[in-house]
Design a protein around this ligand. Structure first.
Ligand code: NIG
Ligand code: FE
Length: 409
């Protein structure tokens, strides 16, 4: 039997990890962080072997590679459970128009917005899409994201949807089929005809490539009846369910998510008190996307009310070219602390343990404890709470991916 190679990250100022093993974390457990000062993390192969104080480090036999952690804090590798990283082109022109007062929904209704990215993504071809997802993965990694989900949804034809899902897989992402993102122009606004096509012609193969399905339930996109039809078919094909809901208006996304046992309902900027109560009483996670609310100048989601009511929440970037051109989870932690009034500890759990739960990977990633995958972020900071405190800072000194120091480019 070969002995796994060992990596010792030593002399760290702090190791900080969500304290509780359960997932998803809620209430007081969401804010419980375990901090070890003057600490080490020992990795054996791809797994964490032990975490502790330097003065308790046992003598280690055999070959051990050492990484100097002086002046750094270790936190779990960050988990981005909601991105749209598979896209071609950009929307910098639209961004300039929005800065001058044009509305996001207005641009979409005029054939721009998501549909502009659909044109660019179809034109990119499979090689172009692979290169794009790979580039975006590199950006995320430099900000400490060691596991990312990414959605299709900018192809909306068979070939480009499947190419997007393959590109995400090849780049090591967790693929979600967002087949119901918008109605492409060739269907001339006939939403039901588009769904007939997507479910008959794309779902069978998408279900073999993706882990989950997602729908944009919103005015100008899909209504609750259409979303239910799409999600039920996806569930029957073996996919987990996610929803984009309550972004601009409340249209039944939370009740539908709860009724179908969806993993998550994401956005929630328009969620009112009834939605907060309903989500808190259920198993579905509310995914907060403050970079998207900021980028579009929208109200922030009622995160404090959700957490105080006992809802399980996660935090993600929503990285995409139109509503959140932002790949930084640390920036989202800062927004969550300053705009959503979550504590730094709650932000850490929301983009580690709870995000891992949304992706069906709790117990495998998201904590620094024996048996978890050795994904670590080393922050250039004397205190781990700089994660949220250092607004837009160049925080990530090193990343360890499955026990190997990563090249950050
Ligand atoms: O999550 N709201 C729907 N979809 C994306 C944005 C897509 C785009 O503008 O390209 C979101 O915000
Ligand atoms: Fe999104």
């Amino acid at each position: 039997m070969t002995v796994p190679s060992r990596l010792l990250v030593r002399d760290l100022a702090q190791v900080a990890t969500p304290a509780e093993r359960a997932a998803p974390l809620r209430g007081a457990a969401l804010g419980a962080v375990e901090v070890v000062e003057d600490a080490y993390v020992l990795c054996a192969g791809e797994t964490i072997e032990s975490v502790g104080r330097m003065h308790d480090l046992p003598a280690l036999d055999g070959e051990v590679v050492e990484l100097d952690g002086r002046g750094l804090c270790a936190i779990p590798g960050l988990v981005d459970c909601h991105t749209h990283a598979a896209f071609g082109g950009d929307r910098v022109e639209e961004f300039s128009l929005r800065a001058a007062g044009a509305g996001y929904e207005e641009l979409h209704a005029a054939g721009g917005g998501i549909l502009a990215t659909v044109r660019a993504t179809r034109a990119a071809g499979e090689d172009g899409l692979r290169a794009a997802v790979e580039r975006h993965r590199g950006w995320m990694l430099r900000h400490g994201t060691t596991t990312f989900e990414a959605k299709s949804g900018y192809g909306l034809d068979r070939e480009t949807e499947l190419a997007s899902l393959r590109a995400i897989r090849v780049a090591g992402g967790v693929p979600t089929w967002l087949g119901a993102h918008a109605v492409p122009p060739e269907f001339d606004g006939d939403t039901d005809a588009y769904l007939d096509f997507a479910l008959a012609d794309v779902l069978p193969e998408a279900a073999m490539l993706a882990e989950a399905a997602d729908v944009f339930l919103e005015r100008g996109a899909f209504d609750a009846v259409q979303a239910r039809r799409y999600l039920e078919a996806c569930r029957d094909a073996g996919l987990e369910l996610r929803l984009h809901g309550d972004q601009f208006t409340e249209r039944g996304a939370i009740p539908l998510a709860l009724d179908l046992g969806a993993r998550s309902v994401d956005h929630l900027e328009a969620t009112g008190p009834d939605g907060v109560r309903a989500l808190a009483a259920g198993e579905t996670v509310g995914v907060l996307l403050p970079a998207s609310a900021l980028f579009l100048g929208r109200p922030m989601p009622p995160a404090r009310a959700l957490v105080d009511a006992g809802a399980a929440v996660a935090l993600a970037t929503d990285f995409n070219p139109g509503s959140a051109f932002c790949e930084s989870l640390p920036l989202c932690c800062s927004l969550a602390a300053t705009q959503l009034t979550l504590s730094p500890a709650e932000t850490l759990a929301a983009c580690t343990v709870n995000a891992a739960h949304v992706l069906g990977r709790a117990g495998e990633i998201g904590r620094l404890a024996p048996g978890y995958r050795a994904d670590l972020v080393l922050l250039d900071a004397p205190d781990w709470r700089y994660l949220a405190y250092h607004l837009g800072g160049d925080l990530v000194a090193r990343v360890v991916l499955a026990g190997e120091p990563a090249e950050l480019g």
